[in-house]
Design a protein around this ligand. Structure first.
Ligand SMILES: *[C@@H]1O[C@H](CO)[C@@H](O)[C@H](O)[C@H]1NC(C)=O
Ligand SMILES: *[C@@H]1O[C@H](CO)[C@@H](O)[C@H](O)[C@H]1NC(C)=O
Ligand SMILES: *[C@@H]1O[C@H](CO)[C@@H](O)[C@H](O)[C@H]1NC(C)=O
Ligand SMILES: *[C@@H]1O[C@H](CO)[C@@H](O)[C@H](O)[C@H]1NC(C)=O
Ligand SMILES: *[C@@H]1O[C@H](CO)[C@@H](O)[C@H](O)[C@H]1NC(C)=O
Ligand SMILES: *[C@@H]1O[C@H](CO)[C@@H](O)[C@H](O)[C@H]1NC(C)=O
Length: 607
């Protein structure tokens, strides 16, 4: 990617001949975000490169580029190595970049910072505050939580003579434990072994860490025995495994995993033991190892029926079947996922697990409060997090439910965030580019109880236009009152069915938006409006001006349009279009934020 810093020259035009050019790898999305920055050492251009590390990873990084030092190249701030908690492998740090006023530093986020729960990745996102001297001050993740709620799992292993060899059973156990989030605040595990009778290998409270539990599991020896008293074992586990005196936690979800390779010798107990488990809300997984039966040519149907009768309903979720001991290990991933499913933590039940906090970020006028967009919250309905030094307020689903009318979980509220001011009050604005397919912008404030109150909302007027994906407030005459809110709809289709793109103009009165028409690019498929920014007075008439990016203009070369401010608005005729100098900076924005936002599962991470 390449970025250019321009100088104002000859008359009222922005000169490109003396442009400073900073380059780094385009594949690492250098230039996706940019921010001018000043500290005691000088003037800088901060540049996000959210795929730095590609193709090995997409950790991302921020570069500092010195503006007044000709020929100097940009240097990495090396923030990524200091954000190591959780899973930073593809966190995409630098996707957002915003100045912070409290410490005169800035904030950058990696919305794809992940948390591994079992074998599932969640994406709560991470944000980092950086000091004016470019050191990481704090990294925080407002949406991170323990993996699922408290869960106590009893693993009941058949150790009778017919199990052979024993080693695969131990390997299965170890692999299964590796996939769980073991700890006193998350998942606890007890292991029991049975043949004729049943005994504990270790209890729920025996080990506090996964490593020590796995170590203990590798030392479990086969019990041996001529009988397979499966129902006595289940009953023993039901009565003893979850007792508080053995480490059971009140309120924890109770799960039992029964692994056996033969029909029981005590099937007569089935009709009392299984209903007793049900009344104690113990969710049961039944795993039939068919190895002994297959080796000895015994009909497996009775065994399968018995294990199915142990498993919770629906059977297809809780019953597993493997042809030999050695293949047990292959079901571990699925078993782990299904254990998480007990919590209902998939699909329609996501709250903040996929929220991608930091997908957008904005410093409000209230120095304390930073808005963080969380476009993946509540099944991709999205929300906004109000972050201050003391706490994070994740706005509840109910706050925007009515105004969004999101029946299909895809509004992506928080894709963009900003705030506007009428001189005394500040109003918050969030974009939801897929709300009811047309896109929406919502203006809200916080009442004295710190609850969000919807002030106004506007929908886009064309399906698929991505109205609201980009927001830009403009104070044209620099009096502290927001004169215009510009709203990008970069995929707005012109009559020739090409994505020309539009930017809508709204004036704001006490938070109420009033449509004042739109700006439009001139070329087909240009995606005009993908990036919008207000810039200080370029033509020296004392009004702020506006620059709009059209990243695909000219067969993907990209162009910017300059609009001059005029009293309390901007002129709708552009004063200048620069087609040649910015090859990829805005182009990248298209690739990363819009281009992969499809309905496929992968696209759900919309990056
Ligand atoms: C991280 O990103 C790289 C490069 O795109 C990809 O090959 C890899 O599979 C990703 N890893 C995870 C855990 O998502
Ligand atoms: C990262 O941490 C190391 C060790 O604490 C510190 O020396 C370095 O300055 C930090 N880097 C940044 C960019 O904060
Ligand atoms: C692993 O288990 C062995 C035997 O039970 C024990 O002596 C050792 O201390 C354990 N090591 C760790 C790191 O827990
Ligand atoms: C089992 O779950 C039901 C429904 O959630 C609940 O009403 C009941 O109290 C639970 N029973 C026990 C023993 O926890
Ligand atoms: C159990 O496994 C056998 C072979 O391994 C397979 O033929 C059979 O369909 C399986 N039964 C069920 C109910 O999954
Ligand atoms: C939700 O999606 C279904 C199927 O994709 C569609 O038929 C329906 O119109 C959508 N509803 C809304 C409110 O968008």
């Amino acid at each position: 990617g390449c970025l250019c810093v321009l100088t104002v020259s000859h008359g009222f035009n922005v000169g490109t001949s003396g442009a400073k050019i900073f380059s780094q790898l385009a594949a690492e999305q250098f230039g996706y975000s940019v921010q001018q920055f000043k500290n005691s050492q000088g003037k800088w251009l901060l540049v996000g490169s959210p795929w730095k590390g590609y193709p090995q990873n997409r950790k991302g990084e921020i570069y500092k580029c010195e503006i007044n030092s000709p020929g100097s190249s940009c240097q990495s701030l090396n923030l990524q190595s200091n954000i190591s908690n959780g899973n930073n492998i593809n966190m995409s740090l630098g996707l957002t970049l915003t100045p912070t006023t409290k410490n005169d530093g800035f904030m950058t986020c990696g919305p794809l910072w992940a948390q591994l729960c079992g074998s599932l990745y969640f994406y709560p996102g991470v944000c980092a505050e950086v000091s004016p001297q470019f050191t990481l001050q704090s990294a925080f993740s407002p949406a991170v939580q323990t993996c699922g709620s408290l869960m106590d799992i009893a693993i009941v292993l058949d150790g009778s003579n017919s199990i052979y060899p024993w080693e695969p059973i131990v390997n299965f156990l170890k692999k299964m434990l590796e996939n769980l989030d073991i700890g006193p605040q998350s998942t606890q595990v007890t292991v029991m072994q049975y043949a004729v009778d049943t005994s504990f290998e270790f209890k729920l409270n025996a080990y506090q860490t996964k490593e020590s539990m796995i170590n203990a599991s590798s030392n479990i020896q086969q019990k041996q025995g001529l009988e397979t008293n499966t129902f006595k074992a289940i009953d023993f586990a039901r009565k003893n495994a979850f007792l508080a005196s053995n480490g059971g936690r009140p309120g924890a979800t109770k799960v039992m995993v029964v692994v056996t390779d033969g029909e029981s010798h005590d099937a007569n107990l089935r009709n009392t033991v299984i209903p007793a488990c049900d009344s104690q809300n113990i969710t049961r997984f039944g795993i039939a190892v068919l190895g002994y039966y297959i080796r000895n040519d015994i009909d497996t149907s009775k065994l399968i029926a018995e294990i199915k009768s142990i498993a919770s309903k629906p059977t297809e979720k809780y019953f597993f079947n493997v042809s030999e001991e050695a293949t047990l290990i292959e079901i571990v991933g699925t078993l782990g996922d299904r254990i998480f499913n007990i919590e209902g933590l998939t699909g329609d039940n996501f709250k903040m697990e996929m929220s991608q906090v930091g997908f957008s970020a904005h410093q409000t006028r209230n120095k304390d409060v930073i808005l963080l967009g969380a476009a993946g919250a509540y099944n991709w309905i999205g929300t906004v997090v109000h972050q201050n030094a003391q706490k994070s307020d994740v706005l509840p689903k109910a706050a925007f439910e009515k105004v969004l009318d999101d029946r299909n979980h895809s509004s992506l509220l928080g894709y963009s965030v900003t705030s506007v001011s009428d001189g005394s009050s500040e109003f918050f604005v969030a974009g939801a580019p897929r709300a009811v397919h047309r896109g929406q912008v919502i203006v809200y404030s916080m009442n004295s109880q710190n609850q969000p109150v919807i002030i106004d909302s506007q929908r886009g007027d064309q399906i698929g236009s991505y109205f609201g994906s980009v927001l830009c407030p403009v104070d044209v005459n620099a009096d502290g009152v927001t004169d215009l809110l510009l709203v990008g709809a970069p995929m707005y289709m012109s009559e020739e069915k090409s994505e020309t793109g539009r930017v809508y103009l709204f004036t704001i009165t006490k938070g109420i938006l009033s449509n004042q028409g739109f700006l439009e690019g001139s070329q087909k498929n240009a995606r005009f409006g993908t990036a919008i920014t207000a810039v200080p007075d370029l033509n020296m008439d004392s009004f702020s001006d506006v620059v709009v990016g059209a990243p695909l203009e000219g067969n993907g070369h990209g162009a910017i349009y300059i609009y001059y401010g005029d009293k309390k608005t901007i002129r709708k005729q552009s004063s200048q279009v620069e087609p040649n100098f910015t090859e990829s900076s805005t182009h990248i924005k298209y690739i990363s934020k819009l281009g992969k936002d499809t309905d496929s599962d992968l696209g759900r991470t919309f990056f």
